[in-house]
Write a protein that binds this ligand. Structure first.
Ligand SMILES: [Zn+2]
Length: 1012
């Protein structure tokens, strides 16, 4: 792409590349340009061969770094003043600093870009100074993609120091000056940069005095890249087919430093003021409302000034230049809520506006702490790596997470919109108002937002049974991942950016939410709410650690006259990886329950978290709840405090079900009699148990088939059950009509279909599933009616019927696909997924091309996503290959969507080998595109390797990644490898049993059919 292309598409806006209009308009006196010149660190990831040229009369040294394969060779050119005295500041960590968690290897002597020693070794910043206020003036030139800015930081010295260390990445910094409060200048004698830690070092001529304030001024330059982080460029197509560009930001966790130099750690909060330049045809957004706009010159160039922010972390700052449209509402609590979208999509913004307004008011009341900003903007970004980002007052969303069209969007996609809005709004308190002190406690942000999203959604859409859905959305995925040795504790030490990125995962989000849900189950919502309020009030506009939350909750429980050692209980869940399997027996009213860490994989792999966790020895404080046949509605609780327990129940009890509603983050197994009694309940009168309890039995039974207990290597099979228990249990499903148990069952049953893929039992497994779902297929039908949950269920049952080869289902889907293609007959939203997928799977090349056309021309994000999923269903190897190759071309498939394609193609038995081959073949390119972002690289590795089930596959994956630096994907790779091992193990233990059971069951079934 060229600048001219950009310009010609900017609605006739006049190009400008003259930055002379930028001036620091800080009211204090201007600092003179620093004599020591400027330095450059341009990684040029997106600009092959880019070279920065020096223009100063300084000695110059050039360090060449070679970057991964195809793309990058970047020159790092640094300038420094020769012969200047060594800074006396040694970079020794100050007291207290060494207690910070760090996984970094012992540092070698860091060398700055100019070859000098960089005097600070820690990837964390020192505590000597902290920022109070940032005044940012920024001029992004969307035509040239050049960004130039001036920055004034007011800071205070916490300790005496002769150095300031600040973050910066891919920025050219110049004209730095430091003044004391009387505006007399303090010389900056040394300016060094250390790219591996993304740090800049300013050595000073005099000591900064403790408690005194100073003003740092500097100029900086950077580039708008076509990436997904930092200050980057995105684009959309107008109704007239014109490409328009927007400049937007995504900083979490460590990319604010790529937009402007800053103290980029979450606890270093400050106030921010922004002035930003733009074309007259555009407007700009910031965390705060606009204060004023002024024309700068005759070309029409404008500058917008925004109100000063509250104290906030750098990763929450956001600014956007665009030409969108918007809809606005004032909430009952008087906050202006607006949704921004490209003009072609603005008609799909009303649902988000209604939900956001409602949920914001709900949280206001729930937390008892008013939303502190005057406005809340929500904006759809065409290129967006995550689902959404909670920037304070300016939340950015992937289009599919914000846009809803009642005619076109499915209930599932609608729910996604509401849940994501509820999640991001919860962050406005949890994360933004009170922020985790350091990323090790990321779960405080993400676990809470993931917990609260359910309450927010439930309040806005009460018919959606969000409490039940919590199980399948949060709890089950978390239990799955946390049963791997390669899991990690919720509170986990991290230091460098790759480690930080890597904990944006199911553990921080879903396990975090699950243990808060468990906490709520024994505290009650009112106490939890009161504790949260206390916590928010105590730490507002500041930061906190996990223990601060436990303190607040302990205080409110004490006030109520209870004493619960909240920290003692919860530490066992946040500081240890994994969770317990509770093994119970019942004999003549005598119950014994024991706890052991549950791991699915037998192989003796060393637990990387072992040294940290050994103090608690993998024992937990378990709130063990149960119901019995004598009182199925009355939940009882016993505490297993790091130990096993025994207790009595009435002798006449026939069955006992533990972990009521699966509110506890643990699994339960029973002796044979216990399982049989529960299976019997399901077969005879399943509604005695709640849907959540039915789902939890299914989930436990299918998972326990795979697992082992951690602390009994000699009893490998202890605590695990025979595969036939799970199969027998699933026989009640023809009577099951609720969504949650069905969703759980289908997930597990089809995972067994995958595991049996290369074996004769594969066909029998599909036939077995058919016997379970066929009665429902007939009952549910193809009319898109009923409650929200009924619609979700219909969509899954119809797809399952097609996957099982149900001829009627396939024909009906094909019929609707043809009518849609030929006569443009609209397919009801919840039927679309199955119709499009089946149409492509059994269709022609023309059918596939039609979907490609719809993908490219539709302005409905949910429809585009369905097309991406449907096209992966093709059985034509040539089309499949072509589709995979499109992922390498961002003009065909946006980088943000590559993940969806790879995941869906890998699920297709005809595509998985090609997907794996593609990933290997183009690894350098994939790694360069996604290697630095949260979520993506790990998800790609997991997606393409998850169908693998043999030792051969394991060997291939291991040898490919050996010695490959995969940054934040490291842990995901370990999890992926363990999952393949688990699949191999599943075959060893279960293949014969499952094959035999299916044979017997199906022959009995057919002989019964013959008799009738
Ligand atoms: Zn979040």
């Amino acid at each position: 792409m060229t600048d001219n292309t950009v310009m010609s598409n900017l609605n006739g806006a006049t190009p400008h590349s003259n930055y002379s209009t930028i001036t620091a308009t800080d009211d204090s006196s201007e600092g003179s340009p620093n004599e020591s010149g400027f330095m450059v660190n341009k990684r040029a990831m997106y600009e092959p061969g880019a070279v920065m040229v020096c223009s100063q009369k300084r000695a110059c040294c050039v360090v060449t770094l070679s970057f991964v394969a195809i793309i990058a060779v970047a020159l790092i050119v640094a300038f420094t003043k020769p012969g200047c005295p060594e800074a006396t500041y040694t970079g020794e960590p100050i007291p207290g600093l060494s207690s910070r968690p760090t996984n970094s290897p012992p540092p070698t002597v860091p060398t700055a870009t100019n070859g000098e020693e960089f005097p600070w070794t820690d990837v964390r910043l020192p505590f000597h100074v902290r920022p109070l206020f940032y005044d940012i003036i920024i001029h992004p030139n969307i035509t040239t993609r050049h960004v130039r800015g001036n920055l004034t930081i007011k800071l205070t010295a916490i300790e005496e120091t002769r150095a300031i260390i600040i973050h910066g990445r891919d920025l050219k910094v110049a004209n730095y000056t430091l003044h004391n409060k009387y505006e007399s200048q303090i010389a900056i004698e040394k300016f060094l940069e250390y790219p591996p830690h993304q740090q800049l070092y300013l050595g000073l001529s005099e000591i900064l005095r403790r408690g005194s304030n100073y003003t740092l001024r500097l100029g900086f330059e950077g580039h708008l890249k076509e990436g997904l982080e930092g200050f980057y460029l995105s684009s959309y197509i107008t109704a007239e087919g014109e490409k328009r560009y927007i400049a937007t930001t995504h900083f979490e966790p460590t990319s604010a430093r790529a937009a402007f130099p800053c103290f980029d750690e979450p606890h270093l909060k400050a106030k921010f003021r922004l002035r930003i330049y733009r074309e007259p045809s555009q407007f700009t957004l910031f965390n705060m409302p606009l204060k004023s706009s002024a024309q700068v010159d005759k070309s029409g160039l404008m500058i917008d000034e925004f109100q000063e922010s509250k104290e906030m972390s750098t990763y929450l700052v956001a600014f956007i230049v665009c030409d969108y449209e918007h809809v606005t509402n004032i909430t009952e609590h008087n906050v202006a809520v607006s949704v921004y979208a490209p003009p072609t999509m603005i008609s799909q913004a009303n649902y988000a506006l209604r939900m956001a307004s409602h949920i914001l008011d709900f949280y206001d009341s729930f937390f008892g702490v008013p939303y502190p900003l005057p406005k809340q903007d929500l904006i759809a970004i065409p290129d967006f790596g995550a689902g959404a980002m909670e920037n304070w007052g300016l939340i950015t969303y992937r289009e599919t997470a914000l846009m809803y069209d009642p005619v076109h969007t499915s209930s599932e996609a609608q729910q996604r919109v509401t849940v994501v809005i509820a999640h991001e709004l919860a962050h406005q308190w949890f994360g933004n108002l009170v922020t985790m002190s350091w990323w090790s406690d990321l779960w405080l942000n993400e676990g809470f937002a993931s917990f609260m999203e359910n309450l927010g959604t439930d309040n806005a859409e009460p018919g959606w049974a969000m409490q039940e859905q919590f199980l399948v959305q949060k709890m089950h995925p978390a239990l799955d991942l946390d049963a791997l040795v390669a899991s990690h504790p919720i509170s986990t030490p991290v230091s460098d950016p790759a480690q930080i990125e890597s904990i944006f995962d199911t553990i921080s989000y879903n396990k975090g939410a699950s243990i808060i849900s468990m906490l709520e189950s024994f505290l009650g919502r009112d106490l939890l709410k009161e504790g949260l309020r206390l916590y928010l009030e105590a730490h507002e506009f500041g930061s906190a650690e996990t223990d601060d939350l436990w303190d607040a909750l302990t205080k409110v429980t004490k006030k109520q006259g209870h004493f619960l050692d909240i920290k003692g209980i919860m530490d066992t869940w946040t500081l240890q990886a994994g969770f317990p399997l509770i093994s119970v027996t019942l004999q003549d009213g005598h119950v014994t329950a024991s706890q052991s860490r549950f791991l699915v994989c037998e192989e003796n792999v060393t637990d990387p978290n072992e040294p940290l966790n050994i103090t608690m020895g993998y024992k937990w404080h378990v709130p063990l709840t149960y119901i019995t046949s004598s009182a199925p509605d009355k939940s009882e609780i016993y505490w297993m405090n790091l130990t096993d327990i025994e207790f009595l129940v009435p002798r006449e009890v026939d069955w006992i079900k533990f972990n009521v509603g699966q509110r506890g983050f643990y699994r339960v197994t029973y002796d044979d009699a216990g399982w049989n009694a529960l299976i019997n309940v399901l077969l005879t009168d399943h509604e005695v148990l709640l849907p959540a309890d039915r789902a939890s039995l299914i989930d436990d039974a299918f998972t326990l088939v795979k697992g082992r207990l951690y602390d009994s290597p000699t009893l490998v099979q202890a605590g695990t059950i025979n595969a036939t228990v799970a199969l027998k249990l699933s026989l009640y499903l023809p009577n099951e009509t609720r969504y949650i148990p069905w969703h759980t069952a289908l997930r597990h049953l089809f995972s067994w279909v995958e595991l049996l893929f290369n074996y004769p039992a594969h066909k029998n497994m599909l036939e077995f599933i058919s016997t379970l779902i066929n009665p429902h297929y007939e009952r549910i039908g193809w009319n898109d009616t009923g409650t929200h949950l009924e619609r979700l269920l219909r969509s899954e049952v119809l797809m399952a019927a097609v996957d099982c080869g149900n001829v009627n289902a396939i024909q009906e889907a094909q019929r609707q696909f043809s009518a849609w293609r030929a006569k443009n007959e609209s397919v009801p939203p919840n039927i679309r997924s199955v119709v499009y997928k089946t149409g492509v799977r059994y269709g022609t090349e023309e059918d596939w091309r039609h979907c490609w056309h719809v993908y490219n021309s539709s302005s409905i994000p949910s429809e585009k996503r369905l097309m991406l999923q449907a096209m992966a269903q093709t059985r034509d190897p040539w089309l499949m290959q072509q589709y995979l190759e499109y992922t390498l071309d961002s003009s065909k498939i946006r980088p943000q969507d590559v993940m969806i394609v790879l995941k869906e193609v890998s699920k297709n038995p005809g595509g998985r080998v090609s997907a794996w081959r593609m990933v290997r073949q183009h690894w350098p390119q994939i790694s360069q595109l996604f290697g630095h972002g949260s979520f993506t690289i790990g998800a790609i590795i997991k997606s393409v390797t998850s169908p693998f089930t043999s030792s051969f596959d394991l060997g291939e994956v291991e040898s490919f990644f050996e010695g490959v630096d995969i940054g934040p994907g490291e842990r995901a790779l370990a999890q992926a490898l363990e999952t393949i091992r688990l699949h191999i193990q599943w075959h060893q233990h279960n293949l014969d049993d499952v094959t035999q059971w299916l044979d017997t069951y199906l022959s009995k079934d057919s002989s019964e059919d013959d008799e009738s």
